[in-house]
Design a protein around this ligand. Structure first.
Ligand SMILES: [Zn+2]
Ligand SMILES: [Zn+2]
Length: 414
């Protein structure tokens, strides 16, 4: 049975991509889990321990602790033995289970569908085998925020599903598809705060965004472009035909569309001299001034061009689009937008949805020359997934504005 369960999981991983499949996500992936408490909250579960299969009742609690390379299992009354793998399988299709890390302690989260636990690398892995569409809804909730228009949720669902489909192999060497961290996609438990999200996911079921060659796109997105999105190559060196700069007046009214920042003039000059500017030649501070009416690739100062993305990274700026005005003691930056600026602008897309744009119009506006297709229409044998932009790391940004309390800091290429 042990082996069977494992084969079951492996075969799930290998048959992915087809419609309606389950995918495997490592939960609390950033924690070195050693004790976990699980409790079914609705539906009906079977607990599989070796050859034994027993019912796990709603509200029944189960402790799972690491013991060497195995798992010790006990409920409220008894020790249930030590096992290499512990699996709980939902029986109704509407099964929900709570997972609470005890050591190390972390807040409990609710998950749909099945769980499987094993020990590797001196920790417990908690794998959620979940219906792909339920997973997409959960990520849309974590990354798209609450109280949005249905058309915006559909756009976000397409982006999340496209990313999921294109990165099913990201953790395959470790035995699962994706982790629940920003490294893959932020997954904080099941979607349940807004039923519009699941509706939007089901309305776009199995649909992904592909480029002219019918390969899944790198669906980069960011919070606010400030009025003009960025070319992929200006931020990540590599050009992509669908990630090209477009002007965008739809995000200009949002809180994140402008920002201000003051930096001590000494710090600014130090950075400039480290980047090849002869600061001894500065006659007056206004020599440092710079106007950026459109999204600039470089800050041109004293005959030197410094990539604005380098400045953003160094000073952890909200965006790489800013004008510079130097005073006596500090440099004042007036910036536009929030995030790397490549691909879809979330604030713009939200406003378009409010103005009646449909999800496909919004997608076509930000990603040039793409199509929206069903997974079943794709030729799985010849699909190429471009992962070169996979591990680009965004600077740690200051906390996002209040308008996006749920959104994690800007993610890699997304
Ligand atoms: Zn990951
Ligand atoms: Zn925008």
């Amino acid at each position: 049975m042990q082996k069977l369960t494992f084969t079951f999981i492996v075969s799930l991983i290998l048959t992915l991509g087809a419609a309606g499949q389950k995918i495997s996500i490592s939960l609390f992936n950033n924690l070195k889990l050693s004790t976990i408490l699980i409790t079914p909250t609705s539906g009906s579960y079977r607990l599989i321990l070796g050859d034994n299969e027993v019912e796990l009742k709603v509200n029944q609690i189960l402790y799972i602790s690491r013991s060497g390379d195995s798992l010790m299992v006990r409920d409220a009354n008894q020790n249930m033995g030590t096992w290499k793998r512990v699996t709980v399988v939902g029986q109704t299709g509407e099964d929900i289970i709570r997972v609470k890390p005890i050591v190390p302690a972390s807040p409990a989260r609710l998950y749909d569908d099945n769980l499987s636990f094993y020990v590797d690398l001196d920790r417990i892995f908690a794998i959620n085998l979940i219906d792909q569409e339920k997973y997409v809804a959960a990520v849309v909730e974590a990354e798209g925020g609450l109280n949005r228009e249905p058309e915006f949720y559909k756009v976000q669902a397409l982006i999340v599903r496209t990313y999921t489909f294109a990165h099913l192999n990201k953790h395959l060497a470790e035995g699962f598809n994706l982790c629940d961290e920003v490294h893959c996609q932020s997954y904080l438990g099941r979607s349940e705060k807004n039923s519009d999200i699941l509706d939007a996911v089901l309305d776009t079921k199995d649909m992904v965004i592909v480029d002219a060659e019918r390969n899944p796109i790198t669906a980069a997105f960011h919070a606010n472009c400030g009025g003009q999105t960025a070319n992929s190559e200006d931020v990540w060196v590599k050009p992509l035909p669908y990630l090209v700069s477009v002007s965008d007046r739809y995000c200009l009214g949002s809180n994140s569309s402008t920002w201000e920042r003051s930096i001590p003039i000494g710090e600014w000059k130090k950075f400039l001299s480290q980047n090849g500017v002869d600061t001894l030649k500065i006659k007056k501070n206004s020599d440092l001034d710079f106007q950026a009416k459109t999204r600039p690739k470089y800050y041109a100062v004293m005959g030197v061009e410094i990539p604005t993305t380098d400045i953003r990274k160094h000073f952890r700026l909200r965006s790489a689009w800013f004008s510079v005005s130097a005073g006596k003691s500090e440099v004042r930056l007036s910036g536009r937008g929030y995030g790397h600026g490549v691909g879809l602008c979330q604030d713009g897309a939200i406003n378009m949805a409010q103005k009646g744009w449909t999800y496909d119009q919004i997608v076509q506006y930000y990603y040039k020359g793409v199509s929206i297709v069903k997974l079943t229409e794709l030729d799985m044998d010849r699909i190429r997934v471009d992962t070169t932009l996979n591990n680009m790391v965004e600077p740690n940004l200051p906390p996002p504005g209040m308008e996006f309390p749920q959104r994690p800091p800007d993610r890699g290429t997304r």
